[in-house]
Design a protein around this ligand. Structure first.
Ligand code: VGL
Ligand code: ZN
Length: 199
């Protein structure tokens, strides 16, 4: 039987106001996400989960500042403030998030040498997280995505989801973006072009 699932992306303290990589209004979506969770048949969460000294941190690259880009063996990488360090309070889910019904938590970005925006693949677009296989084994074919940040982890996850053959929608009211150099509008357009239902 075809099943559907809600995937809540990175609803963590560090992406909310007061956090290390705060997304404007990130906390405002908590009640909206909670409503989606209440209505969902199956709930899956992602959790950005970096070891100290992760290669996506500007502090790991002498002379580099957050939000600059560098060239990595797998391609261009934006550098970020240190965030979502494994086991830190910043990596915890927002205290208002009603996550207890979640059936799976996908941790990503745990390899020091590579970042992972998408819930499906690391930023080399090759190394899988295992999520696609998990969903297929469970007969889940339809996905609804929400969370933080619209133009990074939500968008990369949605693009990979459609490419993997899942029917995919993104609930914009339950997302907030970072918007680096116009990335928000650009990624929304890319998602629409790829066949993600963005509403
Ligand atoms: C994210 C930047 C770095 C996200 C994660 O969740 O969108 N963005 N790590
Ligand atoms: Zn990260």
């Amino acid at each position: 039987m075809a099943e559907d699932a809600l995937i809540v992306i990175d609803m963590q303290n560090d992406f909310c106001p007061g956090g290390a990589l705060a997304v404007e209004g990130g906390d405002e979506i908590v009640p909206v996400v909670n409503r989606l969770i209440e209505r969902a048949r199956h709930v899956i969460l992602t959790q950005d989960w970096h070891p100290p000294g992760h290669s996506s941190f500007a502090s790991s690259h002498p002379g580099k500042a957050p939000f600059e880009t560098i060239s990595m063996p797998y391609g261009e990488q934006t550098l970020w403030p240190e965030h979502c360090v494994q086991g830190s309070a910043g990596a915890d889910f927002h205290p208002g998030l009603r996550w207890t019904s979640a059936e799976l938590v996908v941790r990503k970005g745990f390899r020091a040498e590579i970042d992972s925006y998408s819930a499906f693949f690391e930023n080399d677009h090759k190394t899988p997280t295992g999520l696609a296989g998990y969903l297929r084994e469970r007969g889940i074919t339809k996905l609804q995505l929400c969370g933080l940040a619209t133009d990074f982890c939500v968008a990369f996850s949605a693009l990979d989801a459609v490419a993997q053959g899942f029917s995919t929608s993104v609930v914009l009211d339950a997302c907030r973006g970072i918007d680096l150099n116009g990335s928000l509008a650009a990624m929304i357009e890319r998602m629409r072009q790829a066949g993600v239902q963005v509403g």
